[in-house]
Design a protein around this ligand. Sequence first.
Ligand SMILES: CC(C)(COP(=O)(O)OP(=O)(O)OC[C@H]1O[C@@H](n2cnc3c(N)ncnc32)[C@H](O)[C@@H]1OP(=O)(O)O)[C@@H](O)C(=O)NCCC(=O)NCCS
Length: 131
Amino acid sequence: MWSRGVAHRVSDWPALVAEIGGAPCGLLAYRPAPPECAILVIDAEPRHQGIGSALIAAVVEAAKTAGCARLWLVTTNDNVDALRFYQRRGFALAAVHRGQIDEARKHKPSIPRDGRYGIPIRDEIELERLL
Ligand SMILES: CC(C)(COP(=O)(O)OP(=O)(O)OC[C@H]1O[C@@H](n2cnc3c(N)ncnc32)[C@H](O)[C@@H]1OP(=O)(O)O)[C@@H](O)C(=O)NCCC(=O)NCCS
């Protein structure tokens, strides 16, 4: 995945897996680089069952244990549901990287142009939670 103009191979980094009854239902991959820790990927299925919140709580503890004082991530400008999710879980807007997705698309043409709710995907929005 692309973040802040850098390509990351998600499988190179640690991940937390959520399970229900032994079956995987959520994944959070993160890149600890003290004093910061980046969330690279978070996905939950089924949604709205508390899985994403549990993954955030777990990565907060993992980041603290790794000696990180700042947890951060980027999401795309169309992902208004994720913006709600993060802000209700202690994250604050840290920066808007205008045109960052347009740049990433030059390297990875499979990134779609239209996103959620028909919003054109252009920018990365950076959020942070101080630990
Ligand atoms: C963003 C994402 C990871 C959130 O995961 P989730 O498991 O749906 O999140 P949660 O269930 O913990 O919280 C979502 C909502 O469900 C509610 N909820 C939590 N537990 C609940 C329960 N037991 N019953 C009913 N609602 C519940 C929460 O209150 C929350 O609502 P809120 O934002 O108004 O507080 C998930 O929606 C997802 O995978 N999205 C697609 C991928 C994506 O966009 N990832 C982020 C890219 S940066």
